[in-house]
Design a protein around this ligand. Structure first.
Ligand code: MD6
Ligand code: FE
Length: 211
C-alpha cells in the first residue's frame, strides 16, 4: 500500500489510495462558509439503516444526487427526503477542491455529481462498509476531512479481512480509486477532542460520480 508514500503518478492507479496531507487547508474559510450554507438548507440528520438503526453519524448532501438510507435501503436520490426539495447545489469551492485532488493523482476528468456530508460528534462511528451504490467504479472517490481527527480503517475485499487504521486530520484529502475502490473501510468511534473552527466535531465530505 502506497498510502504515505510520495505521489508517483505512474503507480497511483495500482495503489489506489492516496493521502494528500493538508490539501484542503488553503480553502478552509471558503469550505466552512459554504458548508454552513448547505446545512442551513438541508439540515444534518441521523438516517436509518435498512435494518432500522439510526446512524450515529449525521448526514446531508449537496450536488445533483444525495446518498440516502432508510428502511427501503441505500441509494442516491435527487430530492432531500426531509425537505422534499433538490439538494443544495455543489458550491464552486467544493467542486474545485475535489477536481484538483483527483487531478493531482491522475484523474483528469472527475466530474462529481454527489457530495455526501458526514458529521461525527464524540463517539460517532461508521462500521466497515464498501461504497458500491455508484454506477461506475472506475471513477474515484475524493474524501475531505475537517475538524477533529479520526482513525480511518482500511481493510480488504471481505468484511472479515484484516484492517489497518490511520489518522485523518483537518485538511487531509484521500483519493480512492483503481484497485482500492471496493475495499471495506470505516471510521472508529471519534475520540473527544476540540478543533478551533469546528468544535467537537469532525466533518467528512465525500465526492463521487454517482449517476
Ligand atoms: C468518513 N468515509 O471518512 C467516511 N468512503 O467519514 C467513507 O466512508 C469513505 O472517506 C469511500 C471513500 C472515502 C471515504
Ligand atoms: Fe465509504
Amino acid at each position: 500500500m502506497d498510502l504515505f508514500g510520495n505521489i508517483k503518478p505512474a503507480e497511483t492507479a495500482l495503489a489506489g489510495v492516496i493521502l494528500l496531507k493538508g490539501f484542503a487547508l488553503k480553502d478552509e474559510a471558503t469550505l466552512l462558509a459554504d458548508l454552513t450554507s448547505i446545512i442551513t438548507q438541508a439540515p444534518l440528520r441521523h438516517m436509518v439503516t435498512p435494518s432500522g438503526f439510526a446512524m450515529s453519524v449525521a448526514m446531508t448532501n449537496c450536488g445533483e444526487l444525495g446518498w440516502v438510507t432508510d428502511r427501503q435501503g441505500y441509494r442516491y436520490a435527487h430530492l432531500d427526503p426531509l425537505t422534499h426539495k433538490p439538494w443544495p447545489s455543489m458550491p464552486a469551492s467544493f467542486l474545485a477542491l475535489s477536481q484538483a485532488a483527483a487531478l493531482t493523482v491522475g484523474y483528469a476528468d472527475f466530474i462529481p455529481d454527489a457530495c455526501l456530508i458526514n458529521r461525527y460528534l464524540t463517539g460517532a462511528r461508521m462500521g466497515l462498509h464498501q461504497d458500491k451504490n455508484e454506477r461506475d467504479f472506475t471513477q474515484p472517490i475524493v474524501s475531505v476531512s475537517l475538524g477533529v481527527p479520526a482513525m480511518f480503517q482500511f481493510g480488504g475485499f471481505k468484511r472479515a479481512d484484516k484492517t489497518l487504521s490511520f489518522p485523518l486530520y483537518h485538511g487531509d484529502v484521500v483519493v480512492w480509486g483503481g484497485d482500492a475502490r471496493l475495499r471495506y473501510h470505516g471510521v472508529l468511534p471519534l475520540k473527544a477532542s476540540t478543533h478551533p473552527a469546528l468544535g467537537e466535531s469532525r466533518i467528512n465530505l465525500t465526492f463521487r460520480k454517482a449517476g
